[in-house]
Design a protein around this ligand. Structure first.
Ligand SMILES: *Cc1c(COP(=O)(O)O)cnc(C)c1O
Length: 359
């Protein structure tokens, strides 16, 4: 029997991927040149499908990188002249901040307790900031920000760029790409694909900013600089030999998701999350880590298991259900359950039923 993966990424593979993998093999996708017409067609199709699925403005650019950590690095490198500013409420937003520090940028921050929200009304962004960075869904602790709070910060800071880590958010949650400058994700979370591809979505304003920074002779000009990515994108190519197979599979999965309907994906994500939270709220052995219902992530559900995560994960694995441990210092204290489009409602019910036995 095959296992079912409720881990946060890599996670359960989207059901159509097997068929697309076989097709890729049969149609030589694994061998074609990344400079040839066939690849250009794949780049173009995947880019168009993504724009259609996520309602991304057509003039935005889509770049393919190796991971989201790489996207963070390229964003800081490309768009920060003076200083970035970070909303930190968990391990991934912390990584984004540290990335800026490691690249010798000044990085301002506002930090909150891991399981509480930001007081957006009192936030003042300093004048000199080039880029404001958010992590929409903190996969480390299961807290999601309200997109409207982010859009509001953007509207109050029109002269600054906004970058959002959407790694464990898309395509499960609605994002208005016309209201943000930069968004990025990796395919091993919500898209149900194997790891090894990062997608970076940037608007014209971010490109302009990167170009003006690029003119400065002291700026870094790496092979994945915005300029190099842009010049290659115009030819439907990447600077290096990319992960052709994953770019192809992403395009195919987007097509399937367009057919299924993005609104259905959003609705199903909410329904499944409600089933899981309802189970935890009513269970006497398990506690939700995030108490405030307004802050609870719908894709990353964290259960406080009172230090017993190892035992529970071990028992669940015997049944073929793979559950994530807590992140970092919460390794033993939490279990984490992913709720992505690849997770079927009947598998979630079965998993919760087994969880009852594994307490
Ligand atoms: C998984 C994750 C990342 C890192 O993605 P990589 O593909 O490993 O670079 C970054 N941010 C969030 C919110 C994540 O969940």
């Amino acid at each position: 029997m095959k296992n079912i993966y409720f881990t946060l990424g890599p996670s359960q593979i989207y059901p159509t991927v097997k068929k697309h993998l076989e097709n890729a093999f049969d149609h030589d996708i694994l061998s074609i040149s990344h400079r040839g017409d066939k690849f250009k067609e794949i780049y173009k199709t995947t880019s168009q499908n993504l724009k259609k699925l996520l309602d991304i403005p057509t003039e935005n650019h889509i770049f393919f990188l190796s991971s989201s950590l790489e996207s963070m690095e390229k964003i800081i490198e490309g768009c920060v002249f003076n200083q970035s500013f970070h909303f930190i409420n968990g391990a991934f937003s912390q990584k984004f901040h540290d990335m800026a520090v490691n690249l010798n940028k000044k990085a301002g921050k506002i930090q909150t307790d891991y399981d509480s929200g930001f007081d957006f009304k009192s936030v003042r962004i300093p004048e000199k900031i080039d880029l404001i960075c958010f992590t929409h869904n903190e996969t480390s602790i299961g807290v999601a920000l309200d997109m409207n709070d982010i859009y509001k910060i953007k509207s109050l800071n029109q002269d600054k760029l906004i970058a959002i880590d959407l790694v464990s958010s898309v395509p499960c949650v609605k994002v208005d790409f016309s209201k943000i400058d930069i968004g990025f994700f990796s395919v091993q979370k919500g898209f149900g694909l194997p790891a090894g591809l990062g997608v970076l979505i940037v608007n014209q304003k971010a490109i302009k900013k990167a170009q003006s920074i690029n003119k400065n002779c002291n700026s870094v000009k790496s092979y994945h600089s915005f300029q190099s990515l842009l010049e290659n994108e115009q030819k439907f190519q990447t600077p290096e030999t990319p992960n052709v197979l994953l770019i192809y599979l992403l395009g195919k999965v987007c097509e399937d998701m367009i057919k299924h309907g993005i609104k259905n994906i959003w609705r199903e994500t909410e329904e499944k999350a409600e089933i899981i939270y309802d189970y935890i709220d009513k269970n006497t052995h398990y506690k939700p880590f995030v108490k405030d219902k307004n802050l609870r992530s719908t894709t990353t559900i964290i259960i406080d298991v009172n230090g017993k995560s190892k035992k529970i994960i071990y028992k669940m694995e015997k049944y073929g259900y793979i559950i994530g441990s807590g992140y970092g210092k919460y390794k033993d204290g939490h279990i984490r359950i992913a709720n992505f489009p690849a997770h079927k409602i009947q598998d979630i019910r079965k998993m919760l039923e087994l969880l009852r036995r594994c307490k």
